[in-house]
Design a protein. Structure first.
Length: 229
């Protein structure tokens, strides 16, 4: 680099020429150009620490005890119902005798009322009750007694699953998975009780003695169980 005044060689780091003493111009000066701002070093500012991110709660899974055992939920109705205490043979027979006694009592009341009404009707026609005209009364009573017995067992079983005898002995008729039986299922059970009981000469009821779930043939027909409460 040379001095702009005497053209003597100078170093870049020199501020003045060693020969003529002129101040050296290291940079080209442009008139009207703004003066460059001086860069001043300042002490290092403390860095701002980034705040810790808000922790996101992990997914909370229910404890192991709250998980549903799908295999147990989809098990067969017989397996679920098998856990219940079954009504034994002698307990059911005792409840049956109580129910028969209740039905007979109602039949006697109905027969007495029918006899009085029939006799009064004959008297209105100046006739008396004899063996010749008693056949109509007996036929009517047989149908009425059968209907009364059917209504007794179907209504009580369909309404609450137990008759008066079962209520006294702590028994209840239930369906699969201990669901209450409806009137249609109760009617099917009653038909099986009468039909299968008469056809098998009582073997349908004795089947309860050695059957594991204490079920008679009518229970298999209607898919019902008798449990103790």
């Amino acid at each position: 680099m040379n001095c702009q005044n005497c053209d003597a060689p100078v170093l870049v780091a020199d501020e003045r020429c060693v020969i003529c003493g002129a101040k050296l111009l290291h940079q080209r000066v442009v008139l009207g150009a703004p003066k460059a701002e001086e860069f001043v070093l300042t002490p290092e500012e403390p860095s701002e620490e980034i705040a810790d991110p808000v922790p996101v709660e992990d997914w909370k899974f229910p404890p192991q005890s709250e998980f549903v055992d799908v295999a147990a939920a989809e098990s067969k109705p017989e397996e679920i119902t098998r856990k219940s205490p079954w009504g034994g043979f002698f307990r059911r027979v005792t409840a049956g005798f109580i129910d028969i006694a209740m039905v007979l009592l109602l039949c006697v009341v109905m027969g007495a009322m029918a006899y009085i009404g029939y006799k009064v009707g004959l008297s209105a026609h100046h006739r008396s009750l004899t063996w010749h005209n008693a056949g109509t009364l007996l036929s009517f009573l047989m149908l009425a007694w059968l209907g009364l017995a059917t209504a007794y067992f179907v209504v009580f079983h369909g309404m609450d699953g137990k008759t008066i005898g079962k209520w006294l002995l702590g028994l209840r008729v239930v369906g699969a998975e201990r669901q209450p039986v409806g009137y249609r299922q109760a009617l099917l059970r009653w038909v099986g009780t009468v039909g299968l009981g008469a056809a098998s000469l009582g073997l349908a009821f004795l089947w309860i003695l050695w059957q594991r779930e204490k079920r008679g043939w009518h229970d298999f027909l209607a898919r019902t169980w008798v449990i103790r409460e």
